[in-house]
Design a protein. Sequence first.
Lengths: 207, 207, 207, 207
Amino acid sequence: MSQDAPAPPKRGRPRSAAARRKALDAAREILVRDGFGRLTIEAVAQASGVGKPTIYRSWSNAQELAMEALLEAAPDAPLPGDGAAPREALTALLSRIVRAFATTRGRQIAMALATADPDSEFTRAFRNRVILESREAGRRLLLSAVARGDLAPPADMDALLDMIFGALMFRLLAGHRPLDPALAHAIVAQVFGSPSGPPLGTDAAPT
Amino acid sequence: MSQDAPAPPKRGRPRSAAARRKALDAAREILVRDGFGRLTIEAVAQASGVGKPTIYRSWSNAQELAMEALLEAAPDAPLPGDGAAPREALTALLSRIVRAFATTRGRQIAMALATADPDSEFTRAFRNRVILESREAGRRLLLSAVARGDLAPPADMDALLDMIFGALMFRLLAGHRPLDPALAHAIVAQVFGSPSGPPLGTDAAPT
Amino acid sequence: MSQDAPAPPKRGRPRSAAARRKALDAAREILVRDGFGRLTIEAVAQASGVGKPTIYRSWSNAQELAMEALLEAAPDAPLPGDGAAPREALTALLSRIVRAFATTRGRQIAMALATADPDSEFTRAFRNRVILESREAGRRLLLSAVARGDLAPPADMDALLDMIFGALMFRLLAGHRPLDPALAHAIVAQVFGSPSGPPLGTDAAPT
Amino acid sequence: MSQDAPAPPKRGRPRSAAARRKALDAAREILVRDGFGRLTIEAVAQASGVGKPTIYRSWSNAQELAMEALLEAAPDAPLPGDGAAPREALTALLSRIVRAFATTRGRQIAMALATADPDSEFTRAFRNRVILESREAGRRLLLSAVARGDLAPPADMDALLDMIFGALMFRLLAGHRPLDPALAHAIVAQVFGSPSGPPLGTDAAPT
DNA sequence: TATTAAACGAGACGGTACGTCCTGTCTTGGT
DNA sequence: ACCAAGACAGGACGTACCGTCTCGTTTAATA
């Protein structure tokens, strides 16, 4: 991505990895302690002892720095074993997301997403990594459920996925109801049908 | 709560409705023309000819002013006649929302929501007015569909509503796929079942 | 001066003397407590319970109000009996001025004088009342001293008076040396000559 | 006092002398053109193209900036040759001061002095430079006059100096009489005695 | 005694300036 | 060549007062 120069002559002093680290750590701490609105380059430079120009060399504004800090802090999605029962696996996945979002960081991620330039390369990377990765895990689970006959093949898989993951983000942002684990179960029940009754959206008899 | 002063004598010069109007109009124009990031109290004062302190007297920061401006500009939800077929009515409702969000204003609303203090009274009012009103219209439509037997009663109505409306917001914010009218149809199909086949979540299925 | 309107019909409610009083009292207290820089119309209105327009009806800005408040507070110069020995009377007069200026008020008077529009009618009145009245008393004392033969008739009486009173103001403003009672005696000695020895500036040998 | 850091390493970008210059020049021009009351940090920043924070880095308020601008503009006191006749030299010195004060700047200096915090370090420096330097020149002239026998040794030299220079300031501030060159001559005559006749306060006034 | 006009308190108005904060760039001296 | 430090121009922030302008309420002279 930044390697398109085939022969980087590597002149001069190389960038200090330590400086990046200190900046990211300071940024993360500020995010956690004071929230997104206080994450200024000035404050990060102050707190980390890294010079402002050095920070600007790595990130072009506070949003990008925030995103990378959040992205780092994101749990590295140990996605549930695909061998398990898809319904339970999806429930587990959504529950993990709920728990992650329930912290302050969830809102910060949402703010970062909403505030950032939607077309920036960084924003795209962030979306892919933080948001859509889980969505793809969900897709795999739904496909395996369909393969096992637990779920009728949905007419529009993408729309279904957006309904599932959008519900979480909607609760988080609109805040009209708490974002709690019960939602994960309710969503799964809605998709697969009630545990006892016939599954949602399928006419395939339980057999 | 607001009834403790039974006869507030209304001393002093009353607030000027004209000043509020000019400020809101200028704010709206700036939002449309330059986006949320440029909506500065300074700029609004400049553009509207209203003094800064006067603006601060009515709104305590740029977010609040932005919200009221967006809120005003929000279409006054001419909700579909509840007598019509609920499935078509829901499709129409979601399509209208998609069209509204597809404009710049959609992202602005999302940014305002994400950026603002989630506990502020203004934020709450904004959520109720702009976000949850449509959700309630959706609830009414789903209930009437259930009453007509078009839809199996969902186990968790709130979760279902959040899935429906969350999908729209998710597409808007994550931006991984376009927020287009096809999504409205896909969501409705997912909820009610494919047009020809048996509806989703119906118990009409089992045989 | 304000009588050029031949028939002031004096209809309507007359100005409230109480409002003037409250404003002046509040102004004086603020001057004493917080100094000249804090004497704002706003603060006086707040502290006195008098409305801002009412204050502006009587004084056209904070300087004028300050001046009138200071002027009121000025000791009503019970000038020394002209029958007494002029030299001692002048010493007493200057000592009194030193004492008055040594308080915070002295500086405030100087600030008011320096800050105010030099051509305003109010400033002229203030100067006449607060500054020049003492100067005229001094002139009378010098004249009587000349009449008694205690003092040679000065070539330029006005210049001499300005030297006497200017010395006080100079110490007050420049602050290079304290404005203390010793100065009053030193000035008198300078003008009349040392009590025992020959007067100042003469080359007449001490005999 | 300023020696506790023996080797201040002077890190970071040094202050720009050009910025200071531009600010001071703009300040001086505003003082001359519009007067002390219009000397706003805002206006200086505007007129000079220097950022407000940069100005605040060098001066902590408008008074200090005004003082430094006035101080710069002050004529560098080419004090009269001490070898000349002291009486004529003193007359020349006072005349020069009268001429300097007769301009707008005189009043501005007085306003700056009166308005500023009397204990600020800047105010002290200003006083020393602008006010007291001339006074010291006057002291030297008087001493040499005494040495030559032109003048009887005054009982209190400081008081005499304050009378001489205070007279100028008094006329300037009180404004009861013009501050014109005649005053310089009158003061000198008062101190040294009339050129022809016997000096002031002499016992030549017999009987 | 009733009318009525002016002054009253309150406080919002359009402004100006304040002094602080942060942005993103630039310029030092020190590894 | 990169680093930290920090000054730079710019610009928005939210506050304080300015002096003016309604408001609705006294209040006292007049009619």
